[in-house]
Design a protein around this ligand. Structure first.
Ligand SMILES: C[S@@+](CC[C@H](N)C(=O)[O-])C[C@H]1O[C@@H](n2cnc3c(N)ncnc32)[C@H](O)[C@@H]1O
Length: 199
């Protein structure tokens, strides 16, 4: 069961939504594998936005995107995901958002996602999520600050109102060495009233 890791399970749980999406976001580009997944699986007219704070991530991802001829639909942005609203098209809801937290594989362990900006970005993604849209968050606890970040994420996502959102969590339970947790948020219906972002 090689495909039973949190990142692969996230892709499986998002795939049907990605295939019908207009606007999707990879909030943590890294080496670009989720960006590539989104570019490959979305319809031709869809837009894919991807964020990272490291130039190396942009360069590695651009290489893959160009090699696979997806440059026309992918926007790679060197900035924090917490600033997503500065870049995303106005008034367009997000259909799918992927977060894969932690550090760039093979990169510096000091350039990691942080609890405060991660939760801020998740809040912004939730506020822009289309009805029927999904967000995946893969969170790790092994590195410095990872446990605190995972806890902050879990606290926030479990507080989302159940009349609007369904939130689930997936984790292997027989693996050693701090297996990651996957959170999936689905927006089931619209807000109680327009502009309600109180959650
Ligand atoms: C686990 S990696 C992502 C892996 C990636 N999805 C892939 O497929 O290779 C986490 C990434 O988040 C990036 N990151 C850290 N803080 C960030 C922030 N505030 N905004 C956007 N990206 C951030 C790191 O630079 C790192 O590249």
């Amino acid at each position: 069961m090689q495909n039973m890791n949190a990142v692969k399970v996230a892709q499986k749980l998002l795939k049907d939504k990605v295939k019908q999406a207009s606007l999707v976001l990879d909030a943590t580009m890294g080496n670009g594998s989720d960006t590539l997944f989104l570019a490959e699986q979305t319809p031709p007219e869809a837009l894919v936005y991807a964020f990272d704070i490291q130039k190396t991530a942009i360069e590695k991802t651009r290489e893959q995107i160009v090699q696979n001829n997806w440059a026309h639909k992918v926007h790679l942005i060197l900035d924090s995901h917490a600033n997503m609203n500065k870049y995303l098209p106005d008034n367009q809801k997000l259909d799918v958002v992927m977060f894969n937290l932690g550090y760039l594989p093979g990169g510096s362990h000091s350039l990691v996602t942080k609890a405060e900006s991660t939760v801020m970005a998740i809040k912004k993604a939730v506020a822009r999520l289309a009805v029927g849209g999904r967000i995946s968050i893969v969170a790790y606890t092994r590195h410095n600050g990872g446990q605190e970040e995972t806890l902050a994420v879990e606290q926030f996502v479990s507080s989302l109102p159940q009349n609007i959102f369904t939130v689930a969590c997936w984790q292997t339970i027989n693996h050693v060495n701090y297996p990651p947790k996957l959170y999936i948020i689905e927006k089931m219906r619209g807000e109680m009233f327009e502009g309600d972002t109180s959650f």
